[in-house]
Design a protein around this ligand. Structure first.
Ligand SMILES: Cc1cc2nc3c(=O)[nH]c(=O)nc-3n(C[C@H](O)[C@H](O)[C@H](O)COP(=O)(O)OP(=O)(O)OC[C@H]3O[C@@H](n4cnc5c(N)ncnc54)[C@H](O)[C@@H]3O)c2cc1C
Length: 480
């Protein structure tokens, strides 16, 4: 290790690794320190149940990863990352055996919503088709980061995206379209009346119509391993099994970049009450299944989809979100489920499958939601329990114990309600900078927020680079 590093990154999640890669790529000496024994944070793969069953304890499906300007500027394919696309990005089944589908094609999606809503779906999405790259660059960033690259698309997309999902849902007349929209919005764990939840639904729908909703071959660990391999190729170092408790634990560096929660950052870097007003959001109850065969969904479309949303109606999804956010036990949870082995045979022994599901629960909730989750699954895949070879569950305490960023089990590392998604971790022009001139934050607690896309790491790396260059030219005094 050189006597003085340029940058030390704390945490090897997708954002920490992206920040490290981007700094190393600029010729800086970079080292990453990760608490866990392996890299990846929320993008990892483990044999959680039985030998040969490769589960994703956290992220599984990657619309934002496949469409990420940061990832797409890196040669990750050369480092082992292959995106696998299921037949259908997502299916949203109903109890009568039919399903709304989110397909690559807007036409197929619109048709699945029924004749009364097909036109409204087309009208909502068509202005933004083919614009993913512009939307990703302009919206997966902070709002103060200069003028938009594509002002026209920005001006059209912004006002629609700012709306609550509840308002967008009024454009539709029937349950299929309203349920599909609510399920997409529910990826951000906030009530459907919250500002910006319509934008979340739109971004996920547009991703399906452009980059898709793929899974990485071998599991989400492949994303982290590709980032790690590229980082090492650029001369970066990675140290695992190293939990950072104080800034003094780390070697001297010109910049320290934290892929952690704001709370942990304040504690470790001695920033006092800097993030006192930061709020954490609801959590999830996660179940990973080893199955003896594919999920026996009643709806044919669900068997071909990588992701299956179990709601089904706008009303049920809305009630489930409210229960989690308001601190009530889940009774009829909305489930986001994924079945990576429909497209990736490496995830399970021949003929067997891995299945991934979570429902929302309150922050810090200590109950057991397994029965509620399985009751929901059984409505749409009757008898699936007969196929279960093994299951692994994780509620808020287990999620928090596995990754310190999930405070109270909040998988988004911060509430996304109201303007909190835009103003995280606090209202400031450069959210990646802190009160300490050598300390930066790059986790999903900064814009653009949760998901495996590395964009927070990308923007944080730019902030670090600007600061270090400023120092070299005598602009800012060197400290730390
Ligand atoms: C159950 C679940 C399902 C999800 N599903 C999806 C999905 O399908 N698609 C998607 O895009 N996203 C999904 N996510 C969200 C996604 O995983 C996160 O948004 C993403 O991983 C955030 O990346 P990050 O780099 O900011 O933080 P993390 O991935 O959380 O990484 C932070 C890293 O920092 C380390 N760390 C923390 N404190 C310290 C310390 N003091 N010292 C050293 N190391 C430290 C942690 O161990 C961890 O490795 C899911 C998350 C969960 C939990």
């Amino acid at each position: 290790m050189p006597s003085m590093l340029d940058a030390v990154v704390v945490g090897a999640g997708p954002n920490g690794l992206t920040a490290a890669v981007e700094l190393a790529r600029r010729g800086l000496a970079v080292a990453v320190f990760e608490a866990a024994e392996t890299i990846g944070g929320g993008a990892r793969t483990e044999e959680l149940t039985l030998p040969g069953f490769r589960h994703d304890p956290c992220s599984a499906v990657h619309p934002l990863g496949a469409g990420s300007p940061a990832f797409n500027a890196m040669p990750l394919a050369r480092h082992g990352l292959t995106w696998l696309h299921p037949d259908l990005p997502m299916a949203h089944p109903f109890p009568d055996g039919t399903a709304a589908v989110l397909s690559h094609s807007v036409g197929e999606t619109a048709m699945s919503l029924g004749p009364r809503d097909a036109g409204a779906y087309r009208r909502l999405l068509t202005p933004f088709l083919g614009k993913w790259d512009a939307i990703a660059v302009d919206f997966l960033r902070t709002q103060w980061d200069g003028p938009p690259r594509d002002p026209l698309t920005y001006a059209r997309f912004g006002p629609v995206a700012a709306q609550p999902a509840a308002l967008l849902a009024r454009r539709f007349r029937d349950q299929k379209a309203r349920g599909l929209l609510a399920g997409l919005a529910a990826h951000g764990i906030a009530p459907l009346g919250a500002i910006g939840t319509g934008g979340m639904a739109l971004v996920f729908a547009l991703a399906a119509h452009s980059a898709g909703w793929p899974v990485p071959r071998g599991g989400s660990q492949a994303i982290s391993d590709a980032l790690g391999s590229y980082l090492r190729e650029q001369g970066g170092q990675i140290h695992t099994g190293f939990q950072v408790k104080r800034l003094d634990d780390l070697p001297p560096a010109r910049a320290y970049v934290f892929d952690t929660s704001p709370t942990a950052l304040a504690r470790i870097a001695g920033l006092g009450n800097a993030y006192r007003d930061y709020r954490y959001g609801a959590s999830v109850f996660k179940v990973d299944y080893a199955l003896d065969g594919p999920m026996p969904w009643t709806a044919e479309a669900a068997r071909r989809a990588g992701t299956v949303h179990i709601g089904p109606t706008y009303g049920e999804i809305s009630a489930a979100l409210h229960a989690a956010v308001d601190g009530r036990d889940p009774s009829v949870p909305f489930l986001i489920t994924a079945q990576p082995s429909v497209v990736d045979p490496t995830r399970a022994p021949e003929g067997k499958h891995t299945f991934w599901a979570y429902g929302h629960v309150p922050n810090g909730w200590e109950g057991d939601a397994l029965e509620a989750v399985e009751r929901q699954l059984d409505r749409f895949a009757p008898g699936f329990r007969d196929l279960v070879l093994a299951r692994a569950t994780a509620g808020p305490p287990q999620l928090a114990a596995r990754n310190a960023n999930y405070v109270g089990g909040d998988i988004a590392t911060g509430s996304v309600e109201g303007l909190r998604l835009l103003l995280r971790p606090k209202l400031t022009r450069v959210p990646y900078e802190t009160a300490h001139p050598s300390v930066f934050i790059c986790s999903s607690a900064t814009p653009p927020g949760p998901g495996v896309h590395g964009m927070s790491g990308h923007h944080a790396a730019r902030a670090v680079w600007r600061r270090l260059r400023g120092r070299e030219s005598g602009g800012v005094p060197l400290t730390g």
